[in-house]
Design a protein around this ligand. Structure first.
Ligand code: FAD
Ligand code: NAP
Length: 555
């Protein structure tokens, strides 16, 4: 590694950390307002989530025509999605196309991890250091580091002793993995596990699924996207995007529910759920009634409907019962979408092991051992998730010359203003940070909203000759209280999910997303911008410049 003290710092207007959808769009928008930008990405390519998660069956759970950028009409008209819910290779192809089409790569340094970021209060600038020993200084730092980008392998005793192959869903080998003729164990039954299990089952000689918590899953009802169906959508694309912006989840095409669950008779409710089950998709299902995520009684009707489906699908009654979730209301964890998940447990080569009643004790040279017995395995797949929402941000040592440290500030859980900015950390922005709707929405829609807001804000500051913006402590506290209040008015906090950090031993239990809806959140953000960002502490104007005059390096 080069001597850090000797490394020459290059200055840009904005550093962007990450080149997933958030980083890509941030580069594009920053350039549009004439700012120089340098993005730094740990991976060797663009795409973020879709670069790293290459496991079999990985695909989106929001329909591709919605889970895609809306900022360019030409892009959305030209791009052809092969399936209703497209697979990882197609989404990665799309991310690469966006990078090429908008000439974004020249602003990205790949294969490089940002290790620290320090704000100099005197100069109003960030110094960013990387795993390669580079140093950059920047007026603004934008964390597009992703909510689900720090994979987590549980700290099992004996992992090093295991003689077979092991994989994590989010660190999947680019050349793929051949499971033919192998005895495979999959640990984890979240969205990733549920997507990969049916496909691994088709290859492996034996597949053992180690389940700690049963999860709800509804059918994707995936299908090829015909040119006719895509054409109908594209004929009204702009209107559909506008409609999506006015919805809580950032997804158009689903009529909002009008009734509470108990307003329907049992028969009518079953018909509604049956119709939603047949349509496919999680939004469609959770949009059955207005109160599914607010009333435990209403939720139980939907939860029980899915349990009945599981019992009707899985032939072995013991396995079926084990697959029936009973510890959280449906939808309070991200509702999984599957392609034949429950049916997979009818295969002779697949077995389900309950590691809640008999936890995994250790990995052994030949497999793993639970408190009850040993399992011989050739391959182990960890579908064990992420240190979500805060992990990637806290992985960077973020400090200021005034003595603030983000790790210290967030010791008892994340605190931010709007999920966008953090008191005591001027000129730092988070994209889809904790305290924003982010993971409770169509993330591409949430990303576009955030990036637009941040870049519009920076352009405003530049016009006003202001070089510093900072969240105010009391305003931040009020926002955190509001996020909690809204969360507590729903069933969400009842689930031991990664939304509350429950999957990481010792992580403070805080419900992190803002669940009032992307539409309401957008209105709040727009109002703040419209009022000149007065809820922030702004630096003193130093004489206005135009956007173009302000540009230094065309990065
Ligand atoms: P990411 O795509 O996670 O990109 C962040 C990038 O930052 C990564 O490439 C990472 O390498 C880089 N990075 C992080 N820290 C550093 C550092 N210190 N230095 C340098 N680089 C760094 N959301 C939906 O709405 N619908 C879906 O269907 C959906 N499906 C998903 C499927 C999977 C398997 C997963 C894991 C998530 C899914 N999500 C989905 C959520 C998904 O993460 C978002 O939709 C979206 O892709 C996030 O984009 P991003 O750019 O914010 O973050
Ligand atoms: P996840 O939802 O956190 O699931 C992790 C699984 O691993 C859980 O079943 C968990 O059990 C289990 N696990 C963790 N540690 C364990 C241990 N020590 N022993 C036994 N089991 C253990 O992670 P994910 O499936 O990767 O999904 C994360 C998020 O990414 C999703 O919620 C979704 O937002 C997104 N995603 C979306 C899609 C999609 O459909 N498009 C696909 C993949 C991911 P517990 O529940 O008991 O902790």
């Amino acid at each position: 590694m080069p001597d850090q003290a000797q490394a020459i710092a290059r200055h840009v207007d904005a550093i962007v950390v990450g080149a997933g959808f958030a980083g890509l769009y941030a580069i594009h928008r920053l350039r549009q307002v004439g700012m120089s930008v340098q993005a730094i990405e740990a991976g060797d390519g663009v795409g973020g989530t879709w670069y790293w998660n290459r496991y079999p069956g990985a695909r989106c759970d929001v329909e591709s025509l919605e889970y895609s950028f809306s900022f360019s009409e030409d892009l959305q008209q030209d791009w052809e999605w092969p399936e209703r819910f497209s697979a990882q290779p197609d989404i990665l192809r799309y991310a690469n196309h966006v990078a090429d089409r908008f000439d974004l790569r020249r602003s990205i340094q790949f294969g490089t991890r940002v290790t620290s970021a320090r704000f100099d209060e005197g100069a109003n600038r960030w110094t960013v250091e990387t795993s390669r020993g580079d140093r950059y200084t920047a007026s603004f730092c934008i964390m597009a580091t992703g909510n689900l980008s720090l994979p987590r392998v549980p700290d099992f005793k004996g992992l090093d002793s295991f003689k077979g192959r092991w994989f994590h869903s989010a660190l999947w080998p680019h050349e793929g993995v051949d499971f033919a003729g192998r005895r495979v164990g999959v640990i984890g039954t979240g969205s990733s596990g549920i997507q990969m299990i049916p496909l691994i089952a088709e290859q492996a000689s034996e597949l053992t699924v180690f389940q700690r918590t049963a999860n709800f899953s509804v059918p994707a009802v995936n299908r090829p996207l015909t040119p006719e169906a895509a054409g109908r959508h594209k004929a009204n694309y702009a209107q559909r995007r506008a409609e999506a912006r006015r919805t809580p989840f950032g997804i158009a095409g689903h009529a909002p529910p009008t009734k509470r669950a108990q307003e329907d008779s049992d028969e009518a409710r079953m018909r509604t759920y049956e119709e939603k089950w047949g349509t496919g998709g999680n939004i469609s299902f959770l949009y059955a009634y207005t109160d599914l995520l607010i009333s435990a009684e209403a939720n139980e009707t939907a939860s029980e409907f899915v349990r009945r489906k599981i019992r009707a699908t899985v032939r072995d009654p013991k396995t079926a019962e084990l697959l029936c979730p009973d510890d959280h209301p449906i939808g309070t964890k991200r509702l999984c979408l599957d392609n034949g998940y429950y049916e997979t447990f009818n295969r002779d080569n697949v077995s389900l092991v309950d590691v809640r009643s008999a936890p995994i004790v250790e990995l052994t040279p030949t497999g793993l051992r639970t408190t009850e017995r040993e399992f011989e395995l050739d391959d182990i797949v960890f579908a064990t998730g992420f240190d979500a929402m805060t992990g990637a941000i806290l992985d960077i040592n973020i400090t200021t010359s005034a003595g603030h440290s983000l790790a210290e500030k967030w010791r008892d859980g994340p605190r931010s203003y709007l999920g966008l900015a953090i008191a005591d950390f001027p000129n730092l922005f988070l994209i889809t940070g904790p305290g924003s709707p982010s993971v409770k929405t169509n993330m591409v829609a949430a990303i576009e909203q955030h990036v637009d807001w941040v870049v519009d804000c920076l352009a405003h500051l530049r016009r006003e000759g202001i070089d510093r913006i900072e969240a105010v402590d009391e305003t931040e506290q009020r926002w955190v209280a509001h996020v909690n209040e809204v969360g507590d008015s729903t069933l969400y906090p009842r689930a031991n999910s990664w939304y509350v950090g429950a999957n990481i031993p010792g992580k403070p239990r805080v419900f992190m997303p803002y669940v009032a809806g992307l539409d309401k959140y957008r209105d709040i953000c727009d109002r703040i911008a419209g009022e000149g960002y007065q809820t922030f502490k702004l630096g003193t104007p130093k004489g206005a410049t135009t956007e173009r005059e302000g540009a230094r390096v065309s990065g």
